[in-house]
Write a protein that binds this ligand. Structure first.
Ligand SMILES: *[C@@H]1O[C@H](CO)[C@@H](O)[C@H](O)[C@H]1NC(C)=O
Ligand SMILES: *[C@@H]1O[C@H](CO)[C@@H](O)[C@H](O)[C@H]1NC(C)=O
Ligand SMILES: *[C@@H]1O[C@H](CO)[C@@H](O)[C@H](O)[C@H]1NC(C)=O
Ligand SMILES: *[C@@H]1O[C@H](CO)[C@@H](O)[C@H](O)[C@H]1NC(C)=O
Ligand SMILES: *[C@@H]1O[C@H](CO)[C@@H](O)[C@H](O)[C@H]1NC(C)=O
Ligand SMILES: *[C@@H]1O[C@H](CO)[C@@H](O)[C@H](O)[C@H]1NC(C)=O
Length: 522
């Protein structure tokens, strides 16, 4: 599925870009790029000195603005790559003065559509020449896909591929030498994008960090879009309020958190939890602090896998202990799923946004451009020596982490390998108490984004972990996560060694805030 891109720069005959100061070279880069690239529009190449505040309104209201004061200097390249007659990818390429020789691409979130400035700034601070894109459209919504297959194609895979191809070449052009190693870092849709590249272009990156992947995209959308059938709208007798969902989560913790050996507010392994909501049924005459039989049915439905009419699994259950109250269970159609059917599967903006079993087949057929990224054959990655570090929060209210374990098992069964053999190129870490990509009650700080580095060595940080694995051949056996009882002040620190799947974390003895009091067991 390698695409011939129309943007390839001819690098032959270029003078090395070492003359003059970094700032001068940066300004001059615009002209060089305009001459050397095809089907691109160079917006600007700007030297940004440490301490400068960058501020820009978002390109779409659903995207966060750029508003950052960075403590390092870099060359900011902004350009647009025209991918087709009616599609284009907007790129930001930040080239730090203090370059480590490493290249990185980063991905997107949701149906975005938003340049992830936070990820770009984080990677550039850590010395990576980094590219992030708008994934082919502006805004975290699906309307731009409507009757624009080129925009869908950018979203499915092409934005990453075009961005990476251009990014590697601009890196070489600017610094006068090629990158030493290439990395990918992304979560959610970014996780799906990472696996898309691992499955289809395994030599593109040397190391991939893919978190909470939105892969098996079709199954995920079926699941997200089905939840409103279980909850009904906010006036249905099947509906639970946000407070009632909190009560369910509390009761789940009461029933299941001790299964890992310690009764706390984190479930280390939701697989062990078979939650029974019946305990919350209202006693005769009870009106408060309990659930009706219809509501208990809703809880059961949301914690059951979804099957198609032939009995095949479409998507695993939502994880017990995660709270999707305000998101998937709000009584409104879930935007991403609704938009996918409206603007891609059915081309019908008036479609009601409620996914039923009969909508599955059309979506599977419409899974154009390999959007699912759910191929269990990672032999390309293995053969090229690429390392894949996969992680997923066990408290994720948007994408059930059961889908990540399901993928690991798919790879194992597709390739017929032992866990130890998969370990050579693919490792999956389950991050207890992590919500969607960040946050949660657990030790979720793992250096996957700015502000989540604990500084406790390479094991405590997924970026350092992947670099060490790729460059020194030392693979991570666990991810050392850090949590704070008071996240705002970073007081009340506790840590966990998040285990490599299929191992699970179990409390042994001693102070439970210390990672050494826990053990990864079979
Ligand atoms: C930009 O960030 C600063 C510091 O976080 C904040 O004080 C300011 O209000 C922000 N400005 C805008 C326009 O968002
Ligand atoms: C720059 O800021 C980051 C946090 O944004 C911090 O971790 C780092 O130590 C700072 N570096 C310098 C040189 O001040
Ligand atoms: C790239 O530009 C060339 C000529 O300007 C054009 O023929 C070609 O269709 C463009 N390719 C894409 C993908 O837009
Ligand atoms: C440059 O990066 C190295 C390591 O990558 C770091 O030790 C050093 O402090 C950085 N220098 C500046 C000025 O940021
Ligand atoms: C129920 O949802 C409707 C819109 O669908 C909203 O206008 C109304 O405020 C909601 N009611 C409550 C009690 O949240
Ligand atoms: C859930 O548990 C938390 C922490 O123990 C408590 O503060 C909260 O009141 C509980 N909420 C409900 C609805 O039971």
């Amino acid at each position: 599925m390698k695409t011939q891109l129309p943007f390839l720069l001819s690098l032959s005959g270029l003078a090395t870009a070492t003359a003059g100061s970094f700032a001068t070279q940066c300004s001059a880069l615009a002209k060089t790029l305009a001459e050397k690239t095809d089907n691109t529009t160079i917006t600007a190449t700007t030297y940004v000195a440490a301490g400068t505040t960058l501020q820009e309104p978002p390109r779409h209201p659903s995207c966060p603005p750029l508003n950052a004061t960075l403590n390092y200097s870099f060359c900011r390249v902004q350009l647009t790559a025209h991918t087709g007659p009616e599609s284009a990818v907007v790129l930001e390429h930040w080239l730090p003065l203090n370059w480590t020789g490493r290249y990185m691409s980063t991905g997107n979130g949701g149906l975005g559509g938003c340049i992830d400035y936070e990820a770009i700034a984080y990677a550039a601070r850590r010395g990576f020449a980094i590219v992030g894109t708008n994934n082919g459209h502006d805004g975290n919504y699906g309307e731009p896909f409507y009757k624009h297959p080129g925009v869908v194609e950018d979203f499915a895979y092409r934005a990453i591929r075009v961005g990476t191809s251009l990014g590697k070449q601009i890196t070489k052009l600017f610094y006068g030498k090629a990158h030493k190693k290439a990395y990918y870092l992304g979560c959610s849709t970014g996780g799906r994008q990472g696996f898309m590249e691992a499955q289809n272009v395994p030599d593109e990156f040397d190391g991939i960090v893919a978190g909470a992947p939105a892969f098996d995209f079709t199954g995920l959308q079926v699941s997200s879009g089905s939840q409103i059938r279980f909850t009904g709208n906010n006036e249905s007798d099947t509906f639970l309020t946000v407070d009632e969902w909190t009560m369910v989560v509390n009761d789940t913790l009461a029933q299941c958190s001790g299964l890992d050996g310690l009764d706390d507010d984190v479930i280390e392994d939701p697989d062990l939890c078979q939650y029974r909501p019946e305990r919350l049924l209202c006693a005769p005459g009870q009106k408060e602090g309990c659930l009706t039989p219809a509501q208990v049915g809703t809880v059961r439905n949301t914690q059951s896998p979804i099957y198609d009419t032939e009995g095949n699994l479409v998507f695993p259950r939502n994880q017990p202990g995660s709270n999707s109250g305000p998101i998937l269970w709000s009584g409104q159609p879930f935007l991403y799923a609704a938009d996918w059917w409206k603007y891609v599967v059915y081309d019908d903006p008036s479609w009601d946004g409620i996914v039923t079993v009969k909508d599955i087949e059309p979506a599977r057929k419409a899974q154009i451009f390999g959007i699912d990224a759910y191929n269990g054959d990672l032999s390309g990655v293995r053969d090229h020596g690429t390392k894949v570090l996969h992680y997923h929060g066990m408290e994720d209210p948007i994408i059930s982490s059961d889908n990540s374990a399901r993928y690991y098992n798919l790879v194992q069964r597709t390739m017929n390998l032992q866990n130890e053999e998969l370990d050579d190129f693919y490792r999956y870490f389950r991050i207890s108490g992590m919500a969607h990509c960040t946050g949660g009650a657990g030790a979720y700080n793992i250096g996957n984004q700015e502000g989540t580095q604990s500084g406790d060595g390479p094991e405590s940080d997924v970026v350092s972990s992947i670099v060490r694995w790729v460059e020194q051949g030392k693979a991570p056996d666990y991810i050392l996560g850090t949590g704070y009882r008071n996240p705002a002040t970073k007081k009340g620190k506790f840590q966990r060694r998040h285990c490599k799947y299929p191992l699970r974390n179990t409390y042994v003895k001693g102070n439970p805030d210390l990672a050494s009091s826990w053990k990864c067991v079979q």
